[in-house]
Design a protein around this ligand. Structure first.
Ligand SMILES: [Zn+2]
Length: 265
């Protein structure tokens, strides 16, 4: 335990020294809270959370989100931690614009987000951002920092039902776990936008969707936290895109996307 604490302190101090989410942080998460344990905890938390959410059974919507999710994971390539098996689900809530990633690679997309998007490329922009949170193990890093690796492993093994319950109710109640740090958000943006290019969708989907939400006075979805400032994030994306040569211009299949949106009531 003392060794783990020492490693954790080292991780935290190194993180501050670097001023950003570093590779070391992900590696430390891999050591302290292995993917195999995160998967167990994720399975418990997602099962608990799904009691509170209305999961869509619409096969077309689910197939669409799974198709985009698979493309995003493929685009992430060899950076995906071994053992992470992604699960993409649609939440039937047309009035909520949100998407979020849980421990263990459980990613949820609300129908309100699909409805708000004007192209498949916009949905892909959010998808790569959420997949990046999982791949970079941002949630695992937060959990370790807040609860300690040993408590988490206990919760994953079913030996700490108090903590498992606390995490599950916190996620549903106040979005705990979904509020990432500034560094984690910037990291998910920076990594995610490079993956968009690999999916062959236009990265302009990122700019248009985030601009729309930042201007719209909507409630704050996971991917649009107040820090870093949304306008700074859009500007960073614009700067990145402006330097690209031959970036994809594909916004997706407009006819199909219109049909998909029409299914959302
Ligand atoms: Zn995010």
């Amino acid at each position: 335990m003392r060794l783990l604490t020492s490693i954790l302190l080292l991780v935290i101090s190194t993180s501050f020294a670097c001023g950003s989410i570093s590779k070391l942080n992900r590696q430390a998460a891999d050591t302290l809270f292995p993917v195999s344990e995160e998967n167990k905890l994720g399975a418990q938390l997602s099962a608990d959370m799904e009691k509170e959410l209305k999961i869509s059974t619409d096969e077309v919507l689910n197939a669409f989100i799974n198709e985009l999710g698979a493309k995003a994971v493929k685009a992430a390539g060899s950076t995906v931690p071994a053992g992470i098996k992604f699960t993409f689900k649609v939440v039937d809530d047309p009035n909520t614009i949100n998407a979020f990633a849980m421990p263990g690679g459980y990613v949820y997309f609300y129908t309100g987000l699909i409805k708000k998007a004007t192209s498949e490329a916009e949905v892909m922009a959010v998808m790569t951002h959420e997949v990046a949170h999982v791949v970079r193990r941002h949630v695992a890093q937060r959990l370790i920092a807040n609860h300690g690796a040993q408590s988490l492993i206990g919760a994953a093994l079913g030996e700490n039902p108090g903590l498992a319950g606390e995490l599950a109710s916190g996620i549903v109640g106040n979005g705990y776990l979904l509020k990432h740090s500034r560094d984690a958000e910037s990291d998910a943006d920076a990594v995610g936008i490079t993956w968009i290019l690999n999916t062959n969708y236009s990265p302009q989907g990122y700019v248009s969707f985030f601009e729309k939400l930042a201007a719209g006075g909507e409630s704050q979805p996971e991917f649009l936290s107040t820090h870093p400032d949304p306008s700074n994030r859009v500007q960073s994306a614009k700067d990145y895109i402006s330097k690209l040569k031959n970036a994809p211009t594909n916004l997706g299949d407009a006819t199909r996307f219109a049909e998909i949106k029409a299914r959302i009531k």
